[in-house]
Design a protein around this ligand. Structure first.
Ligand code: SPV
Ligand code: MN
Length: 623
């Protein structure tokens, strides 16, 4: 190791850690670590490899420093984030832009120099008295065309422990790779702690330095803000994908069983807390991933991998009836981290678990009791709405056998879905690729949820459910999607779903499990096994096919009345949506591709033509 790094690093590391680092012979990595050490001034540094002993060290450290508390069941721990640190914080998540570089105004950004200066102050001496962990992980499977190696530095053993569960460990990958290969860097500190939680919420910052493939995160612990490989890496990956001609998406990947032993892989984009994990976990199907997917064309096929190998999932409403497989992992011995649930006598409790909750215990507010008012004057919940669990997908009975396949899986269909109470029917297939990308992906809206800080229930534009993470201009991102796999004879089919449609009285028109039927219908459509009805907004199912599928899949009768209510084309609402979306692309996006307006106009013309002959609300039987 070059002396200028060695002098900084050797004094704070034992010989073992130093040797582990030294063999990597990677100056870019050494520079990243040495700079972080000079800035953060940790008491010691531990270099962590793929060795189970290092994983055990990190896990034990999280317990010793009380970032995680052991629960009754062996292997289970709970972690709490601060009161003002219960979700991704979009306000303080910004791209740092060097001189002459600009991004879309939809993307939160600031001048790079100013941001780096601010970070310098916030990170200075932040790890005094603590151990700095240096960890190596991979986005996607290791040794795969999809792999992106990552170095994570953190003073939070909880973050390190979570990442060991969520990502493939990649020290050996670093050892084998060419040191000139690009890798992503993440520097995190929890900052000043009071009762083991980040105390300076007003100084929380998550800054993405796109010039340097580096993300800085400070004064926060919530995993969506701190685990570098999750949403922070997604931003860097979207830029890398743009440079290299592939796609980085906020999507699940799952296998869906068809007739005669057939399996078809689907990916799906849903904004946070809109049914993404529950779709990926549908009974009888298989899961590859629930949150992040990379797509590449390999040997003439669109293929996808799960970027992760764990789930950081919303725990609310996980119960033995609705999520039996997750519930099983959460209630038997094995490695599980609970986040921001209620704990009483060493047992975790959460809303919708299928049992009454105690009226007091320990939660994200500290000692909690029913009716407790938080520091912002609001009444607090026993378990936070965005409370989470962290598990390994390998521990789930429905894991797909191709979970770690370096070549991923072939994609048969892509689904876009949002939380929409009044506009779209439950399932629609697009007329073609461009129609799907534009009217389903690029037009995705969703009513906001507790997964991000801020008001809930507000209809917001969220193209491909990826808006929070876009790091390139929106128009460019849409073009990349439109042209992805352009030259292939066959591309995946594209579908739109809506699980949240309501009637005039505000009642949901579908049960939680109806999505099992929609997915079977989509599977059949991918193979041309069922016909569809042409609506102005796309292709929708025939009643007879759904009736048969409801009986086969859910053992339920499906009435014509239910079908008509759910699949009535709501023309005024669809026209309003087109108007909202066009407005955004006309006024707020600088480089919208012309084809987007053409496809939306054609959709408007179809809707208006139908309205003239059939009225504002048109039954699927009248199409
Ligand atoms: C989401 O909110 O989309 C999540 C959880 O998947 S987070 O890690 O917060 O991004
Ligand atoms: Mn997500």
């Amino acid at each position: 190791m070059n002396k200028k790094y060695a002098d900084t690093l050797r004094s704070r590391m034992d010989d073992d850690s130093f040797a582990k680092l030294d063999v990597l012979a990677n100056d870019a990595l050494f520079a990243f670590i040495a700079d972080a050490v000079r800035l953060c001034a940790p008491e010691s540094i531990k270099v962590c490899t793929d060795d189970p002993a290092d994983q055990a060290h990190v896990r034990q450290l999280a317990i010793d420093n009380r970032e995680e508390l052991p629960l009754n069941i062996e292997g289970h721990t709970v972690h709490f984030d601060g009161y003002f640190d219960q979700g991704r914080d979009k306000q303080v998540t910004k791209y740092l832009l060097g001189k002459g570089i600009s991004l879309d105004k939809n993307l939160n950004s600031m001048a790079r120099e100013e941001g780096l200066r601010e970070l310098h102050t916030l990170f200075a001496g932040s790890m005094a008295g603590r151990q700095m962990l240096v960890l190596f992980f991979c986005l996607g499977p290791t040794n795969s065309p999809f792999s992106i190696p990552c170095a994570q530095i953190t003073d939070s053993a909880y973050v390190g422990h979570s990442e060991y569960m969520m990502y493939r460990s990649a020290y050996e990958h670093f050892k084998a790779m060419d040191p000139s290969e690009e890798f992503f860097r993440f520097l995190h500190t929890s900052g000043r702690l009071v009762d083991n939680v980040s105390a300076d919420a007003e100084k929380k910052r998550i800054y993405i330095d796109i010039a340097d493939n580096t993300v800085y995160s400070v004064n926060t612990q919530y995993a969506g803000n701190t685990m570098g490989l999750k949403k922070l890496a997604l931003r860097l990956a979207i830029r890398k994908a743009d440079r290299e001609g592939w796609l980085a998406e906020h999507m699940f990947v799952m296998g869906v069983r068809g007739p005669r032993g057939r399996k078809t892989y689907f990916t799906g984009a849903f904004p946070s807390a809109c049914g993404k994990t529950s779709t990926a976990m549908l009974p009888g199907e298989t899961i590859i991933g629930d949150d992040l997917a990379y797509f590449r064309v390999i040997d003439g096929q669109v293929r996808a991998v799960n970027v992760e190998c764990g789930i950081f999932g919303i725990i609310r409403d996980v119960n033995p009836e609705d999520d039996p497989l997750i519930h099983k992992v959460l209630t038997r011995p094995g490695e599980v981290i609970f986040g921001n649930v209620l704990v009483k006598d060493g047992a975790p409790y959460w809303e919708g678990m299928g049992r009454a909750l105690p009226s007091e215990g320990i939660n994200y507010t500290g000692q909690w009791y029913d009716g407790k008012v938080g520091p912002d004057g609001k009444e607090t919940d026993a378990s936070h709405k965005n409370a989470r669990y962290t598990i390994r997908i390998a521990d789930l009975d429905n894991r797909d056998e191709k979970l770690d396949d370096p070549l991923g899986v072939p994609v048969g269909g892509i689904i876009y879905g949002g939380r929409d109470s009044d506009t779209s029917v439950p399932v629609t297939e697009s007329f073609d690729w461009a129609h799907g990308i534009i009217t389903m992906g690029a037009s995705l809206e969703s009513e906001t949820t507790a997964a991000t800080l801020g008001a809930e229930g507000v209809r917001t534009f969220n193209l491909m459910s990826n808006l929070d993470f876009l790091a390139i201009p929106l128009g460019k991102y849409i073009r990349n999607n439109l042209h992805f796999a352009d030259d292939l004879p066959q591309r995946p089919r594209i579908f739109g779903t809506n699980y949240f449609l309501r009637d005039d009285n505000g009642r949901y028109l579908n049960g939680m499990l109806d999505k099992s039927v929609w997915i079977k219908w989509m599977e059949l459509r991918v193979h041309g096994d069922v016909e569809a009805i042409e609506a102005p907004t796309g292709l929708i199912p025939l009643y007879d096919d759904l009736k048969r599928l409801f009986a086969e899949v859910l053992r339920k009768d499906y009435s014509q009345e239910a079908y008509v209510k759910q699949f009535t084309i709501r023309i005024p609402e669809n026209l309003s949506k087109l108007h909202r979306i066009e407005n955004i692309y006309r006024h707020d996006v600088a480089d919208t591709p012309a084809i987007l307006f053409e496809v939306l106009s054609a959709q408007r013309e179809r809707l208006e033509a139908l309205m003239k002959t059939a009225g504002e609300y048109v039954s699927p039987f009248d199409l």
